[in-house]
Design a protein around this ligand. Structure first.
Ligand SMILES: [Cu+2]
Length: 377
């Protein structure tokens, strides 16, 4: 299985939505190998470009147009999503067999509700009626506004399309946004811990990894999910930053040695690269996966990490999803060295002490004369 590396270019849309663009230059990958669950060894790689498009403003080139019915969309009843792959102008159908299988699928679709809950990651299949259409039924469990992205690959170029938001009707609240910056979450009985610096700063390399344990604290082995140990999707809460870190992206930095130093050319992308080490799932050691991320804007992001515990009884394409909130700040907190802290404590103590002395230890003139009298006596 070839690994891919993200050589990603800025999109050319005019709306500015979904600026997700990226840099070039992948680190050297010589001599890297990885044992996958199946025992196959992975080495070598190819480079591909990812282009981000906004469906509504895409008037030329390869476009995926999303169509969903029946309208109105309702909670609890399946919505049939069609993704029409075509060439613009002219809407010339592109047979989906012209697409490349990317991470075991011809198309990946990610959706999220406006409150950043209700995440889904699904894989449409070729429509029996139209060779240029990928189709999938999705049943929404909760009403609200949803945003959907599709992800395809053609001619070694990855394309991510941001589709217009849709509204799903039904009973119950349409939003339930609860931001918690907890770094330990429970997902289907597994304890997932996000490990990162206390403060994540924009445009500064952030190294993030996830630790898996059972709820009781036991170790968890994972098996390959769509070809890699973990998938990471990160979406900003305004839907303007999106990355679907698929195996290629995740593994582009895969190396058994420490990560290469970040290059300046990697900046301006949410995730320039991801990096994993100690991934020897076949022999049972615990995978540790480091993602090397660069958040381009301050604000709140939601990270969805997906994995399959070894021996999982989930259907083959499904995984457990753990969701985290990540706050990205403009600046790191000002670091006060320990001696500086002690100096401040000393100065403050001295001020308090001198104030107390002035207030309570006043020497009155009569006391002075009394003392004088006594001494003169
Ligand atoms: Cu997928």
């Amino acid at each position: 299985m070839p690994m891919t590396s993200g050589m990603v270019m800025p999109q050319a849309t005019s709306t500015g939505v979904q600026q997700q663009p990226q840099a070039s230059a992948s680190p050297t990958m010589q001599g890297m190998q990885m044992q996958m669950g199946s025992g196959q060894s992975m080495s070598g790689m190819m480079t591909h470009t990812i282009v981000y498009h906004d469906e509504a403003s895409s008037k030329e080139g390869l476009v995926v147009n999303m169509n969903a019915k029946p309208v109105p969309y309702k909670v609890g009843s399946p919505v049939a999503f069609n993704f029409f792959v075509n060439q613009k102008p002219g809407n010339i159908p592109v047979p989906v067999t012209d697409l490349q299988v990317n991470h075991q699928k011809l198309m990946h679709v990610i959706g999220i509700r406006s409150d950043m809950n209700e995440f889904f990651h699904v894989h449409p299949t070729i429509s029996p009626d139209d060779t240029a259409v990928m189709t999938i039924d999705h049943t929404f469990a909760k009403p609200g506004r949803y945003k959907i992205w599709s992800d395809i690959m053609k001619d070694n170029i990855g394309h991510v399309f941001s589709h217009p938001e849709i509204s799903v009707q039904g009973d119950g609240p349409t939003e339930n946004k609860q931001v918690s910056l907890d770094r330990v979450v429970l997902a289907d009985g597994y304890q997932v811990t996000l490990k990162a610096d206390a403060t994540i700063v924009k445009n500064k390399l952030a190294i993030i990894s996830f630790d898996l344990h059972t709820a009781a604290g036991g170790l968890v082995e994972i098996e390959s999910y769509l070809g890699v140990p973990m998938h990471l999707t990160i979406i900003k809460d305004d839907w303007k930053q999106f990355i679907h870190a698929h195996p290629g992206m995740m593994m582009q930095m895969l190396t058994p040695t420490p990560a290469p130093a970040p290059r300046t050319s990697w900046f301006n992308s949410l995730i320039q690269a991801a990096y994993a080490h100690d991934v020897t799932m076949a022999n049972g050691s615990i995978p540790i996966l480091d993602f090397y991320l660069n958040f381009p804007e301050t604000g709140l992001y939601r990270a969805f990490v997906q994995f399959r515990p070894k021996g999982s009884t989930l259907p083959p394409d499904e995984a457990i999803t753990a969701a985290f909130w990540i706050e990205v700040k403009d600046k790191a907190p000002f670091p006060i060295p320990q001696w500086g802290f002690l100096l401040m404590v000393s100065i403050v103590s001295m001020l308090i002490l001198s104030w107390a002395v002035k207030k309570y230890l006043k020497v009155k003139p009569e006391d002075v004369s009394f003392v004088r009298e006594r001494s003169e006596r």
